[in-house]
Write a protein that binds this ligand. Structure first.
Ligand SMILES: Cc1cc2nc3c(=O)[nH]c(=O)nc-3n(C[C@H](O)[C@H](O)[C@H](O)COP(=O)(O)O)c2cc1C
Length: 167
């Protein structure tokens, strides 16, 4: 399998923690983790397989670092790449905008045909999410506030799925 670059934006470290767990599930020989505080589009270029992670903020907002990065994604050629997304949120405090940052990240990708890693909405309780399309999430959803005990299993299952969907 080709190498995987995991790029995340994280305000209080929850998305960062998940990014590291995803890296460990692939194995450190295959996956590398980058914090968008310092990483740039140049760091994405060597990877055919990309994973983007964000938390959710404000009204449909991605984590701040993604706001600063997203428009530069058009500099990448996605025709020869696969992209998977993951999002952190809080379904009890924000059930009407659950993981909206993930939905916005998907919505603003310059090319959606490369996206893999869709994830079932079963097992979460929410009224509305920008990340939900045709009864699926557009990527892995983690709620470490209320379903911390389920995250490890979800990550393992998602990474297993990605191993069949990535290049
Ligand atoms: C002011 C504020 C707004 C938030 N808005 C949302 C939201 O709209 N939807 C959601 O699912 N979570 C929301 N969250 C929860 C965060 O996305 C969640 O705590 C996440 O795990 C933070 O991850 P990070 O530390 O990696 O940034 C919000 C949290 C705060 C403090």
């Amino acid at each position: 399998m080709k190498p995987v670059g995991i790029f995340f934006g994280s305000t209080y470290g929850m998305t960062e923690k998940s990014a590291i767990k995803i890296q460990q599930a692939f194995g450190e020989d295959i996956a590398q983790v980058f914090n968008l505080k310092t990483a740039t589009i140049e760091d994405m270029k060597p990877f055919s397989n990309l994973i983007f992670g964000t938390s959710a903020w404000g009204i449909g907002e991605m984590q701040d670092e993604w706001e600063l990065t997203i428009d530069y994604l058009s500099l990448l050629d996605f025709s020869e790449r696969k992209v998977a997304l993951f999002g952190l949120g809080d379904q009890k405090e924000y059930p009407e905008s659950f993981v909206d940052g993930l939905g916005t990240l998907y919505c603003r990708l310059p090319d959606k045909s490369c996206v893999v890693g869709f994830w079932p909405t079963d097992g979460y309780e929410f009224y509305f999410s920008l990340a939900s399309k045709d009864n699926q999430f557009v990527g892995l959803v983690l709620d470490d506030h209320h379903q911390d005990d389920m995250s490890e299993e979800r990550i393992q299952k998602w990474v297993k799925q990605l191993k069949t969907e990535f290049l």
